[in-house]
Write a protein that binds this ligand. Structure first.
Ligand SMILES: Cc1ncc(COP(=O)(O)O)c(C=O)c1O
Length: 380
């Protein structure tokens, strides 16, 4: 028998809930993907590049034209200059990028601080690198970082801190003061950072996204991860990028070239075309998704569920404590089977789930689907 390298890991909650939704014919607000198509010009560019024969390996760090577009956007949206040759790497999705960055940083015996609830790919990557994840919970009231707890969790073995803003699953966002705290801690203890910013453009109510790239000392120790899948509604294209200083980028690329070697060529070329033609497209996302969030939350006004509108991402947490005292995993299954609505139980994102009662609903869905979902939830 093969001894498992990841004995704790089974099928992910996303696969399980999407599978159950399909089996029950339920509305699927569980997995995080849009149920509408990407901009037509992007789809047409993809088809064109495939037809025109751009179907062989791209350069290992990514198509240069795309890296140049990324540099232009980082300058435009974050006011930061980065070198497409030495600081930007196109990767087959942010998940692959995070895996490569963890492999580049973490050695056997190292400790990595993660903030619970945390995205489910972090811990397996840390374990495969021989490291140990040290879980620090976000505050239960508003999913904020308790920096004193983070500081208390740092040991001589700590090597890396992983942060995610806007945050999946809670929808909370880090303030500039949080990044300043992180910067100070990492300077003091000589730590690296993976800053998962895949939802960077999805922040609401006039808030700003604060990137690790905008804090000079933090930037020197950070791998900032982004996903074209989220920004351009093409999660199935699994393409993203990492911005990191040259020395960190060089180490990331050493791993990337033996995990995947490259990201998909026509996808990179199509995204480069679209970014050049529509540089303002990402700026339209906040109002687009905020309208969906508001539609969903307002339609829930008559329900017994407690709603605090999400500050970022395309996820909305609903507090079901007035309705049920079941565990969230059991309730998510029950509602999928009995009421025909699938969600994600957020306890699965914790090492030690606190006593709270939230289910996560993805509102990257057509308005009619959100209204149907709200009608079901109002009747519960
Ligand atoms: C917080 C977070 N990080 C990373 C990813 C993965 O992005 P990609 O699909 O580009 O691998 C996701 C996708 O859901 C996510 O929510």
């Amino acid at each position: 028998m093969l001894e498992s390298r990841l004995p704790q890991v089974g099928t992910t909650i996303f696969t399980r809930m999407s599978g159950l939704a399909a089996e029950c014919g339920a509305l699927n607000l569980s997995q995080g993907f849009p149920d509408f198509d990407a901009p037509p010009a992007l789809l047409e560019a993809m088809a064109r590049h495939v037809r025109e024969g751009h179907n062989q390996y791209a350069p290992m760090p990514g198509v240069l034209r795309l890296r140049e577009q990324v540099a232009a956007q980082v300058r435009h949206y974050r006011g930061v200059t980065c070198d497409p040759e030495t600081e930007i790497t196109i990767l087959p999705g942010a998940t692959a990028g995070i895996f490569c960055a963890v492999m580049a940083c973490v050695r056997p015996g190292d400790e990595v601080i993660v903030l619970d609830p945390c995205y489910d790919s972090y811990q397996p990557a840390i374990e495969l690198a021989g490291g140990r994840a040290i879980h620090v919970p976000l505050t239960t009231a508003d999913f904020a970082v308790d920096w004193e707890r983070v500081a208390a969790a740092i040991s001589p073995q700590t090597r890396l801190v992983m942060v995610n803003s806007p945050h999946n699953p809670s929808g909370s966002v880090l303030a500039a003061a949080d990044l300043a705290e992180l910067e100070q801690l990492c300077e003091r203890h000589n730590l690296f950072v993976i800053s998962d910013e895949v939802y960077e453009h999805l922040v609401y109510d006039g808030r700003q996204h604060h990137s690790a790239l905008q804090f000079p000392a933090l930037r020197q120790r950070s791998f900032a991860m982004f996903s074209f899948g989220k920004t351009y509604s093409v999660t199935g294209w699994k393409t993203g990028y990492c911005v990191a200083p040259p020395a960190l980028t060089a180490e990331l690329r050493k791993i990337h070239q033996f995990v995947c070697f490259v990201a998909v060529t026509p996808v990179q070329m199509a995204i480069a075309d679209f970014m050049a033609a529509e540089p303002d497209y990402p700026a339209s996302l906040a109002s687009f998704y905020q309208a969906k969030r508001d539609l969903f939350c307002e339609a829930l006004a008559g329900s017994r569920l407690r709603v605090t509108p999400s500050a970022g991402t395309y996820f909305q947490l609903l507090d079901y404590s007035p309705v049920s005292d079941q565990r969230d995993t059991a309730l998510a299954e029950d509602w999928t089977r009995r009421h025909g609505i699938a969600s994600i139980p957020i306890s699965t994102f914790y090492e030690t789930p606190p006593r709270q009662r939230f289910l996560r609903f993805c509102f990257a869905k057509q308005d009619e689907v959100l209204l149907r979902a709200a009608r079901i939830l109002c009747a519960i």
